[in-house]
Design a protein. Structure first.
Length: 137
């Protein structure tokens, strides 16, 4: 789910590459839950972490540019803190999927194609007994 919505911050605040993940996380939290929002937020730190851990890995031209606006590769202290996050591994998986999906001509459909899945997750999140507390599903 986070993979579908992680970049909506670019639509909400065009040109804010550094803050787009936070804007997107804030926008989806109430509807899709805390876990999805945290993964959306963490996809930028995951990129920075991977840039530190695997400095020679390929990034798209756009991702290379935005990496600099987003703080560049992490310092060793930042990387260690990221590794302690309980969702770090999932955020890395999301980031790797995001990078792999940057294929010219790839047709993943449009968000409307995913409306039913989004609705199921939103409904499940709204019925969660702890949804008002921002609990992770």
């Amino acid at each position: 789910m986070a993979g579908l919505v992680h970049d909506i911050g670019h639509l909400l605040r065009p040109g804010d590459d550094a803050g787009h993940a936070d804007h997107a996380a804030d926008a989806v939290r109430a509807l899709l839950g805390e876990r999805v929002a945290r993964l959306v937020h963490l996809h930028v730190p995951a990129k920075r972490y991977l840039a530190t851990s695997f400095p020679g890995r390929d990034l798209s031209a756009q991702s290379t540019l935005t990496l600099l606006a987003q703080g560049g590769p992490m310092s060793p202290a930042e990387a260690a803190a990221f590794e302690r996050d309980p969702l770090a591994d999932d955020a890395i998986t999301l980031r790797q999927a995001d990078d792999a999906a940057k294929v010219v001509g790839l047709d993943a459909g449009v968000l409307e194609d995913w409306r039913r899945v989004l609705g199921i997750v939103a409904t499940r999140n709204s019925r969660s007994p702890n949804s008002r507390l921002g609990a992770v599903d």
